[in-house]
Design a protein around this ligand. Structure first.
Ligand code: FHN
Length: 685
């Protein structure tokens, strides 16, 4: 069932954006492992300016961080001659590493183009003595090697005179002239170099219209080209985590982690300390396993030096990974994510057909035992060489020797089952009330720009058992009233409007005691960052106030509430660009508000425990200079109830209920249904 829901979600996400062909999607998803190449004028400097190592920022952005005056940086082009850049040998290395595509920086933030273009003379062919077009050379080399070829394209440009000026965050607005310039360059890139498997847009802050226009332009010119999420405004074919970050869940959308050899830089850095290629390869193999087990793709970067030579350390790391993939690649390529709903300390899993692959990539279990809960599956064959296997009912117990973890190699065990392995159902709930708090969330990734993104909850799933069910109630607040939702029970979907059914007044804040309101901030960082522990809270007098703020800053409100019992209370929260609410350290609601919305008030139901509770609220700002906030008990707490009668009595053993918004504006945006509860009216058996 969960598999069905997952496929349905992918199809819906796919259909909603009229994007690339299914074959291109499948091919992209099956690639699993690709090479990123950061190469440009900055490679020549190798992280050093006027004899001084530039320790701040990434080395491909040395122009901004040294800083290097524009005229001096651009003069580098006149003698840039990467004579050793050999696209065939880079493609051959990618193949040896087990990578399936190469993504080259066609243009990075410095605006210097590695391709011959009519749009500017600032390109390797026209401005440099070598007169080469590395996009052409790499595209052709990839074709010869049977690899996909993709392009990185920076949406900001420090050379183009009519672009926004260089900033500290690189998420600058795109001027209309710059947007036209981008379109002209994309037209060349998509017309002149054969199939481009993906366009890896990066940085800048497109408006929703600009993102849409570029997304459609790419697909008009090359329908099979996959577009990266950094185009912004949820226009994407696959989303990209922030640099060197990994999601902690399987997402309902194609996704990718991009990683550099060292977190500090993507472009070549001559003074980078590079030790222990074996250890580095193991670190990256673990990362690849982690990504594959959550259903993603892994894009690992190399940064050749100014002559175009691949750094020997990076070559060695890739070759080591290739050796491991040569042995265990069958458990990575074409695999599906782990069927389990939890992460384990011993390692992780992927699956393919009837086979389950266990990666011993974590730490050795104390008693040497790995226990898998797999109701409905019969183990037909274990991987005799390394572990002993026993099945007790729903549980499969492996006994693994410590040596399996001590080896320099990360081992993979294969288990054969009696039937195709599907995602295992989420934990069953015994409660008659289904809520966000006992659901398995369906997660996607939504965002406007590099900082303004987050793991969104696009729907909720519950499993329950042995129940006769004919009627259920949807319970919600004014916040959800009027919205249309899809309620799927097993295989049947009901489209329902949450009308203002039967209103019912709630008693405001039964017996709670409220302390003062506190404020913390500003805190820099992306909306996706997990909340951190804070100490320096300052009292605020106003429950409805305004704070001056800068781009990409968050402020936090904090409220302590004493509750005589475990209960739900309704509050009113107002915020600008984005909001997150945590109760006792757990995030219970998080979403972005509509584009450039400066204030939105909403009713939120908070689950309190008996005793002291701490409520914290993140007020996220993108580009506004003032942040308006509100936090108070709801003045007139009303909840609504809508009765739903099923056409037929539901019986049998196990059932699944899923709720999602009907026709959402974006398939990736948060469902904003955390207040909703479903009460199952059980019929006694
Ligand atoms: O600013 C760039 C950075 O230089 C590099 O290209 C990375 C790769 O993901 N992207 C941006 C930062 O996220």
């Amino acid at each position: 069932m969960k598999q069905f829901v997952f496929l349905l979600c992918l199809l819906l996400a796919h259909a909603a954006q009229a994007q690339t062909s299914d074959a291109a999607f499948r091919q992209w998803q099956d690639n699993k492992f690709s090479m990123f190449v950061h190469f440009g004028l900055y490679s020549e400097l190798g992280g050093v300016w006027k004899g001084r190592p530039v320790t701040e920022g990434y080395s491909e952005q040395i122009m901004a961080f040294a800083p290097v005056p524009k005229s001096e940086y651009e003069a580098l082009a006149t003698h840039f001659n990467p004579a050793h850049f050999n696209a065939d040998s880079i493609a051959a290395l990618a193949k040896r590493a087990g990578m399936r595509s190469v993504i080259l920086t066609g243009k990075h933030h410095d605006g210097f183009c590695l391709f011959r273009t009519k749009t500017t003379g600032y390109n390797l062919h026209d401005a440099s003595p070598c007169k080469r077009d590395l996009v052409k050379e790499t595209a052709e080399a990839c074709k010869r090697a049977g690899l996909n070829f993709g392009l990185y394209f920076s949406l900001i440009d420090w050379h183009y005179p009519y672009a926004s000026p260089m900033s500290s965050h690189n998420a600058d607005f795109i001027t209309p002239e710059h947007h036209e310039y981008t379109k002209a360059q994309l037209k060349e890139l998509l017309a002149n170099y054969g199939p481009v498997s993906e366009l890896w847009f990066d940085m800048g802050s497109n408006t929703p219209e600009q993102s849409k226009e570029l997304y459609e332009l790419v697909h008009r010119l090359q329908p099979s080209c996959m577009v990266s999420g950094r185009l912004g405004n949820d226009r994407y074919d696959f989303c990209v985590m922030e640099d060197n970050r990994y999601p902690d869940a399987t997402l309902q959308t194609p996704w990718q982690t991009c990683a550099s050899m060292f977190d500090e830089t993507w472009g070549y850095r001559s003074w980078q300390e590079r030790k222990d290629a074996d250890g580095k390869a193991k670190e990256k193999i673990r990362a690849l396993i982690n990504v594959a087990s959550h259903g993603g793709n892994y894009l690992l970067n190399i940064g050749p030096n100014g002559q175009g030579n691949v750094v020997p350390f990076e070559r060695e790391v890739l070759e080591n990974i290739g050796k491991w993939l040569g042995r265990y690649g069958y458990a990575i390529y074409g695999s599906k994510p782990s069927p389990f709903n939890e992460d384990f300390n011993w390692g992780t899993a992927t699956r393919n057909g009837k086979q389950l692959y266990l990666f011993l990539s974590g730490s050795y279990p104390k008693d040497g035992k790995i226990t898998l809960h797999m109701p409905g599956y019969t183990l037909e064959k274990g991987d005799g060489k390394m572990a002993a296997y026993l099945q007790y009912g729903d549980e499969i117990v492996l006994t693994v020797p410590a040596s399996a973890y001590k080896d320099s190699l990360i081992h993979v065990l294969t288990l054969d089952f009696d039937k195709e392995i599907m995602p295992l159902p989420a934990k069953e709930t015994r409660s008659a009330v289904l809520s966000a708090h006992n659901a398995t969330p369906l997660c996607s990734y939504s965002g406007i720009d590099y900082y303004t993104n987050y793991k969104s909850t696009v729907g909720y799933v519950w499993n329950f058992n042995q129940i006769l069910l004919k009627q259920l109630d949807l319970i919600y607040t004014l916040q959800e009233a009027g919205r249309s939702v899809d309620l799927t029970i097993d295989d049947t979907t009901y489209n329902l409007t949450l009308d203002e059914g039967k209103p019912q007044k709630m008693t405001p804040l039964p017996g709670t005691e409220w302390g003062e309101l506190y404020l913390y901030g500003p805190e820099k960082g992306s909306f996706n960052d997990s909340p951190k522990e804070k100490k320096e809270w300052k009292k605020v007098a106003e429950r409805n106030g305004t704070i001056a703020c800068k781009p990409f800053e968050s402020y936090w409100l904090m409220q302590e509430v004493e509750s005589p019992r475990a209960q739900r209370i309704m509050v009113e929260i107002g915020a600008g660009n984005g909001v997150e609410v945590c109760v006792n350290g757990k995030s219970v609601m998080k979403h972005l508000n509509p584009y450039r919305c400066t204030f939105r008030k909403e009713q939120v139901i908070l689950p309190l425990k008996k005793g002291s509770n701490r409520i914290t609220i993140r007020l996220y700002n993108r580009f506004e200079d003032r942040l308006q906030y509100l936090f108070r008990p709801a003045e007139t707490p009303v909840i609504y109830r809508k009765e739903v009668t099923l056409p037929e009595m539901l019986n049998g053993k196990s059932h699944t209920v899923t709720i999602r918004p009907h026709n959402p504006v974006s398939p990736h945006a948060d469902a904003e249904l955390s207040n909703l509860r479903i009460r199952l009216r059980r019929i006694a058996m």
